[in-house]
Design a binder for this molecule. Structure first.
Ligand code: CA
Length: 228
């Protein structure tokens, strides 16, 4: 799981990163609102920890922009005690939870776990539905009616990301980072290869799902309508 920390107090940010990494999460840090928003919009994060008082653009503005871009990534707002009103404001703007500074580590980790569970709710009964297809996480199978095909773990993960981001274009870079992580020497073209495997498998089960290439931008998933 990859977590973005948007917090301008470097010491606090570092403690947060270390705590999260000890728990096995990947953590990235941004120290102001503008770069925080940039990072958030990459779509590669599972949870965002967002401070309210930030230079450049405050946390409430960052959150509004995230939600305006139709991103549903769970957001945990950090507030100082004196900013109680901001809390209410943050929740109105679509924050999923908030934590008052100073907070203890256990409390933070409990909140993160709760938020990631909420995100997983979209995976009902360990399966994910889109258009005419059902994906089974446990077995990495993709089914349409009686037709069934096995996906590799990477193919499954790529398709899952595209489905979770339906209606949006996912860039090659963010797919690569999400699947292989930042420190990787994976070929930039690998994603293209996996996408072409996925397209073949989708057409093998005669699915209406199409993975469209948006030139210069990335990929988007669509359901083919009659007459397309
Ligand atoms: Ca701050």
């Amino acid at each position: 799981m990859r977590i973005l920390i948007v917090e301008d107090e470097h010491d606090l940010s570092m403690i947060l990163s270390e705590t999260l990494e000890l728990e096995g999460y990947y953590a990235d840090a941004a120290y102001d609102g503008v770069s925080g928003l940039d990072n958030a919009l990459s779509g590669i994060y599972d949870v965002i920890i967002l401070d309210i008082m930030l230079p450049g653009m405050d946390g409430i503005q960052v959150l509004s922009e995230i939600r305006r871009n139709k991103m549903t990534t769970p957001v945990l707002m950090l507030t100082a005690k004196s900013e109680i009103d901001d809390k209410i404001n943050g929740l109105d703007k679509g924050a999923d939870d908030y934590l008052t500074k100073p907070f203890n580590t256990k409390e933070l980790l409990a909140r993160i776990r709760a938020l990631s569970r909420r995100r997983d709710k979209i995976m009902i009964d360990d399966c994910l539905r889109f258009s005419d297809v059902v994906l089974y996480k446990e077995t990495c199978e993709m089914c349409r009616n009686e037709q069934k095909i096995k996906l590799t773990k990477k193919e499954f993960d790529i398709l899952e990301i595209l489905i979770l981001n339906q209606g949006k274009t996912v860039s090659k870079e963010s797919l690569t980072v999400k699947i292989w992580g930042y420190e990787t020497d994976v070929e930039y073209n690998s994603i293209e290869v996996y996408i072409s495997f996925l397209r073949k498998k989708l057409s093998a089960i005669e699915s209406k799902i199409q993975i469209k290439t948006v030139w210069g931008k990335g990929y988007t998933i669509k359901e083919q309508k009659n007459g397309d």
